[in-house]
Design a protein around this ligand. Structure first.
Ligand SMILES: [Cu+2]
Length: 500
């Protein structure tokens, strides 16, 4: 059955969510204030997020602007040009500033942006060639930048307390001593990262690795990053920071349900889940998805899937060959049953020199673990407002929670310690290094756990066993946290220190 039965699908979903009341809660300036507001509406099984994750006074704000799907093309975020390439370093300058951006047809949305673009400009870096970016903060509030998936010195990691004041600037150095991978940059301001990322402080940072060129994967304009996220809008087009379940407008590269014109050939798509809180269930309506890479880069070999889950912060790379669809109907990318992106395949024949080899790239050898730890994520739901916890404690930027020896290999049992009646899920993210998933919920890893990971979904009451080698020249403090950014903003975060 064709899943695309009607352009009103989202509208129907929307109505199913409840009354369409006017007067959505306009995005608040402060999560702390939101948390206070949430006190008025204690969490309940019917509204489990009222107490913390979606800090709204009550569940009245289910409105979002109705959008006719597939009326606008999906843009590809512009690639930023370095201001200098001297001394073997690519030097960039990026202003952080408010802007009015066009997300919805005919409406302007006030946003926080990198360089004026709701999906920030794409940085194309290369393995072994350093990048230096000066960010200048043109907002009236503190900001900073974390390179998610980046193997970088602590002073350039965007620690939540390492902030750029309004009017200030900061230089971030990215050595790019890592494999080719799809990274992204986003705000990580202590307690405000959810607010800032929701408003638009997110962009791609792609590392191209010459060691992978011989594979002849689709490249150039056939290598397309796609940032997926959800959002809620009021009638004026303003973003609404309400309940996560009300963010029913799905954006692909900053447009609501767009279309994308493709040639009948192979494309490499780098899919990122930049939603504060959502798990995408990506599928092509039953056709197989060919996956080639996860968070930390290429897999040893491509894998085929009917559907792939992608939780907040994760990336997955797929190759779609549109040659079979030349002159035929469109191809849809779905989130579950919801079509979120339409590919319109041109009938004009093209030559395609790309391929998907049966062997991609071996993963680095795993070290021998010498330390085993348990880390847990949970909420204290008895508190008002509820308190977000990592290892039973809310984040304290002045406290080092664990010390790890540089070069050592550790096993971490990442436990979701939430219990009934509030068994939430949490994606776990570790800064600085990638890890491998050894097991999940007492069994083998899920297909989504393959390859080098830096973010991994932990299901309600579930656990994930990971092995991580702190193979790095860098020392210092890095955080690990839940990547539902409302949870990390409320304190579901802890800090490790790499020591000699
Ligand atoms: Cu969480």
């Amino acid at each position: 059955m064709d899943k695309v039965t009607s352009p009103v699908l989202n509208r129907r979903q929307l109505l199913a969510l409840g009354s369409v009341a006017a007067g959505g809660t306009v995005m608040s300036r402060s999560l702390r204030r939101d948390a206070q507001a949430a006190q008025a509406a204690p969490a309940s099984p019917a509204n489990p997020h009222a107490g913390h994750a979606a800090p709204v006074p009550s569940r009245v704000s289910t409105t979002t602007v109705a959008v006719t799907p597939f009326t606008e093309p999906m843009p590809v975020p512009p690639r930023l040009t370095p201001v200098s390439r001297r001394d073997g370093i690519d030097v960039y300058e990026i202003p952080i500033r408010p802007a009015q951006v066009q997300i919805l047809p005919g409406l302007l949305t006030p946003a926080y942006t990198y360089a004026g673009s709701f999906v920030g400009p794409t940085i194309r870096a290369r393995t072994g060639r350093p990048v230096r970016i000066t960010y200048t903060n043109g907002l009236d509030t503190h900001a900073n930048v974390h390179l998610h998936g980046g193997h970088v010195p602590a002073t350039s990691d965007g620690h939540p307390m390492d902030l750029i004041p309004p009017g200030g600037s900061k230089v971030y150095d990215y050595p790019n001593l890592q494999r080719g991978a799809t990274l992204w940059y986003h705000d990580h301001t202590h307690a405000y990262e959810a607010d800032h990322v929701y408003r638009g402080l997110h962009g791609f940072y792609l590392i191209d690795d010459p060691a992978e060129h011989h594979l002849r994967l689709p490249a150039g304009k056939y290598d397309v990053p796609i940032m997926l996220r959800n959002a809620q809008f009021d009638d004026s087009g303003a973003l609404v920071f309400g309940h996560p379940d009300d963010r029913v407008t799905i954006l692909a590269n900053g447009k609501a349900q767009p279309y994308f014109e493709v040639a009948p050939r192979r494309y490499r798509f780098r899919l990122l889940n930049a939603a504060l809180k959502h798990v995408f269930r990506l599928n092509l309506g039953g056709e197989p998805l060919t996956r080639i890479a996860t968070d930390g880069g290429l897999l040893p070999a491509p894998t085929s899937h009917t559907e792939l889950a992608l939780s907040s912060g994760e990336r997955v790379e797929i190759v779609i060959d549109f040659a079979e669809h030349a002159g035929g109907g469109p191809v849809y990318l779905y989130d579950g049953d919801n079509p979120i992106l339409r590919f319109d395949v041109s009938s004009r024949a093209v030559t395609d020199p790309s391929r998907v080899p049966v062997t991609l790239r071996a993963l680095p050898p795993m070290g021998t673990p010498t330390v085993e730890r348990t880390v847990s994520m949970s909420f204290d739901m008895s508190a008002r407002p509820p308190i977000a916890l990592m290892d039973g404690k809310p984040f304290d930027p002045l406290r080092v929670d664990v010390q790890v020896k540089r070069g050592s290999t550790e096993i971490w049992n990442v436990v979701n310690a939430d219990t009934d009646p509030f068994p939430f899920d949490h994606p776990f993210h570790l800064h600085l290094v990638t890890f491998r998933v050894l097991g999940r919920d007492g069994g083998p890893p899920a297909p989504e756990d393959a390859g080098l990971k830096d973010t991994v979904y932990v299901s309600p009451k579930g656990s994930v066993k990971i092995q991580v080698t702190f193979a790095t020249p860098y020392l210092g403090q890095y955080v690990y946290h839940c990547h539902y950014l409302e949870h990390s903003s409320l304190g579901m975060m802890a800090q490790l220190e790499v020591v000699p």
